[in-house]
Design a binder for this molecule. Sequence first.
Ligand code: NAP
Ligand code: MG
Length: 477
Amino acid sequence: MTVFEYAPAPESRAIVDIRASYGLFVDGAFVEGRGTAFKTVNPATEEVLAEVAEASDADVNTAVAAARKAYEKVWSRMSGAERAKYLYRIARIIQERSRELAVLESIDNGKPIKESRDVDVPTAAAYFFYYAGWADKLEHSGYGTTPLGVAAQVIPWNFPLLMLAWKIAPALACGNTVVLKPAETTPLTALLFAEICQQADLPPGVVNIVTGAGATGHALVGHASVDKVAFTGSTEVGKAIARTVAGTTKKVTLELGGKAANIVFDDAPLDQAVEGIVNGIFFNQGHVCCAGSRLLVQESIADDLLARLKRRMSTLRLGDPLDKNTDIGAINSREQLERIRALCDIGEAEGAERWAPACDLPSAGFWFPPTLFTGVTQAHRIAREEVFGPVLSVLTFRTPAEAVEKANNTPYGLSAGVWSDKGSLILKVAAQLRAGVVWANTFNKFDPTSPFGGYQESGYGREGGRHGLAAYLKGHQ
Ligand code: NAP
Ligand code: MG
């Protein structure tokens, strides 16, 4: 038998010009920060990529003032049709510069290039195209036409450019201006986006990017002169933000964590379900708020399904995020890697059985193999808490009612998956699941026309679709 040596197929990083240092993007220009600059690293190699300015409280002040001025003097006075031209222009530039954005995203975040290239960047462009279309049609939105003013937006590190698009596109379409803080570990695509705003001739101050860590985010959401707070990240920080803005007139949307159930019934097409399970939990290293992190499988097919799943997991290729064949890239940071390790150790200590395929981890960088826990009970912490890594907990059920009860036994409520050959069963189960999104015979599908958001500790408000406009227009929650 011929044995083939694996030949890597890395995407060239020559297309990206990473500067040695970056300032803040305020009032249409890059300016120095008054805080202590920090470094962003490539999590696959630990190489320092650039030094990034930290926005102090005073810098946040300046950025909010710039956004306020642009709101009052320019953006809120412009017709929707004019605003749309800018949004379409931004969408087209994202497409034109898509390779550059994808490579930069993979280098700064650690995600596989095939995901940044085929999902993150095209979907980010799609959100700008979609909301550009709404800008001159707000009277048909059902939520009025009056913008709120200045939006403070804080986003996480798992989908840096895509979360930026989810936040900025609807805000601008509705006539608001924004100050956005990217996550400390993944600021680079937001800074490239700032250049795209310049390239699109977006009026100064309409978009401002303030880099920094939690303190910068805290200063931004607590600023007296912002009218809207939009946050995506952990439930813990989301709760702190809700406390900060309580008692003010600021409108708030929170997109927080999740612990989605992916429910497989005995009549499901099993090989398709295995692909959906793999996509549900190993896409983006499991750093996904709506990840299908709890597999609920009907007892009668559990052995068969798990055997197929293990076989499939053994074929996943982990390694260089820029290699076009890589399925699982690097964990975004050492802190996140340590969180994942700690929760997995607890899973074992609590009695669940841990399995991972044989997998060589690179010596530098932050890596975690695709991992499966069986023998999990609902009381186990790995079944209750968000791991936010490539770790799947498997539970079994006997009846649809038991599946629904177990799926809903979580403080979260962001997403769920149902796999069955019977449409009637899917509809019946989906109607009983307390989750913002339920995917049927598929998983992790995102589309700008479709609203996304959660129940309970997964937050409130919707992003995407017509519903996503409500968060940025006056008088409607
Ligand atoms: P996080 O702390 O909630 O970070 C989200 C964003 O909020 C980041 O930009 C962060 O800044 C900023 N931030 C932190 N403290 C803040 C504060 N007091 N006020 C305002 N903004 C603040 O999330 P994380 O620490 O990166 O991850 C922790 C856990 O959260 C993960 O293990 C995962 O379970 C969950 N998570 C969920 C999502 C999601 O999409 N639902 C995304 C990321 C993480 P810096 O990052 O720059 O410090
Ligand atoms: Mg980084």
